[in-house]
Write a protein that binds this ligand. Structure first.
Ligand SMILES: C=CC1=C(C)c2cc3[nH]c(cc4nc(cc5[nH]c(cc1n2)c(C)c5CCC(=O)O)C(CCC(=O)O)=C4C)c(C)c3C=C
Ligand SMILES: [Fe+2]
Length: 387
């Protein structure tokens, strides 16, 4: 075996407030996040959504200190993984490639080339696979590989998902157990798993295994935890007007409050680092919602970050992947080429096919109208104060 590397994939996050708008632009430019019927619409729509959204989003990043901790934590995880591999006798260099912000996946691949890596394990830091996360990063890599013959010489393998790994489950249950011990009624407190959502169409039309993997992960954690507590699974961070996976976290919290629940342990489940959706959405928004609804004690389980049991398991996973048959980009779930994943699809304003076509056309006209309004600075949305 020649020089060996690991490429850790992650989403990336704005490090300062001024990064928020271009970060959102990168995110919404991704057809794996929003797919439109015409490719030419992607960039104008990304520009439009990032323009409409960035100030609200900046407020959230301001509330957690002015930027995402994702880069810092991911780099700490990379360092810890490299150290753990070293302790196990493997001289393996670990690289970080982010999908929507620095250090970008393309930069990591340039370093891998520069260091003349010959064997590469590609490991997304998402325990469960979604076409919108790991799938999107694999797409970027697949394109880079297609365009560059020198990359094609690298013997690579990908790890599509790893939510049922014993070390991951053990680390998660240790953290949950610790939080439960702080509860007033440890035997009864409900364990509330909150996963990042995706639009329903991803799962039901594009064949995304994400919901199955999230459900499998929740069941495996509960089995490892081996406690009598009731548990709930819900989905957070919905964006836009389409239907996302349900139940929605906010509705599920209110439902529990209505049933008289006074104490809750919330477990973020789709991500292994603290980020905006744990630090702001759960710790601030959902906590406030829960407390106002009568849930007096709102506990949140911390993200794994550099938990030693978790890092050790990542190292084991890399070593096992080097000995296992390779998994290639083409072996991993792709959305069908013709699958449409754009908002209009679920805006069911009409009952007939003709009406649906017209709904789509009207939505398109509306979008062009908003675009013109943003460019000219004049129009009805400015008049009512939305822009
Ligand atoms: C497994 C995790 C994630 C899935 C699945 C996912 C899908 C998904 N996300 C958006 C839109 C946004 N995501 C944003 C931030 C963000 N998303 C994830 C993880 C998943 N996303 C993380 C870890 C983060 C935070 C990064 C950080 O800065 O800490 C944002 C920006 C934040 C905001 O403005 O609210 C958006 C927008 C979609 C549309 C989607 C599936 C289609
Ligand atoms: Fe997201």
């Amino acid at each position: 075996m020649g020089r060996v590397g690991v490429l850790l994939l992650n989403l990336g996050g704005p490090e300062q407030l001024q990064d928020v708008r271009p970060f959102l632009y990168n995110l919404f430019s991704d057809p794996e996040i929003i797919r439109l019927p015409f490719a030419w619409m992607q960039k104008p729509l990304a520009w439009m959504i990032s323009t409409l959204r960035y100030q609200k989003s900046q407020e959230n990043y301001k509330a957690i200190g002015g930027g995402s901790p994702l880069r810092r934590i991911t780099e700490e995880q990379a360092l810890a993984l490299q150290g753990s591999l070293q302790e196990k006798g493997h001289d393996i260099r670990v690289y970080v490639g982010m999908r929507y912000w620095n250090p970008f996946t393309e930069e990591a691949v340039a370093k891998i080339k520069r260091d003349q890596i010959e064997d590469l394990v590609i490991l997304p830091l998402y325990p469960q696979f979604s076409i919108s996360t790991s799938g999107s990063s694999f797409r970027v890599l697949e394109k880079l590989w297609e365009q560059d013959p020198s990359l094609q010489k690298i013997d690579y393998t990908v790890i599509p998902s790893w939510y049922s790994r014993p070390g991951y489950l053990q680390a998660m249950t240790e953290l949950i157990q610790q939080e439960i011990e702080h509860c007033e009624q440890p035997e009864q407190v409900p364990i509330f798993f909150s996963a990042h959502g995706v639009p329903v169409s991803y799962v039901e039309e594009a064949g995304d295994p994400y919901r199955d993997e999230i459900e499998g992960c929740t069941a495996a954690i509960m089995q490892t935890l081996n406690r009598p507590n009731p548990h709930v699974l819900a989905y957070q961070s919905r964006v836009g007007p389409v239907e996302w996976l349900q139940p929605y976290t906010e509705e599920a919290i209110l439902e529990l409050a209505k049933e008289g629940v006074k104490e809750l342990v919330v477990v973020p489940i789709s991500f292994v680092s603290e980020h905006i959706e744990t630090l702001e959405e759960i710790d601030m928004e959902y906590r406030e919602l829960a407390e106002e609804a009568g849930i007096e004690k709102f506990h949140r389980v911390p993200a794994l970050n550099t938990h030693p049991v978790f890092i050790n398991d990542l190292a084991e996973m890399v070593i096992e992947a080097l000995d296992a048959p390779n998994i290639k980009f083409s072996d991993v779930a792709h959305p069908g080429k013709k699958t449409k994943m754009y908002p209009q699809e679920s805006w069911e304003w009409g009952l007939t096919t003709t009406a649906e076509v017209w709904n789509g056309r009207l939505a398109m006209l509306g979008m062009i109208g908003i675009l013109i309004e943003i460019m000219t600075g004049q129009g009805p949305l400015h008049f009512i104060g939305l822009l």
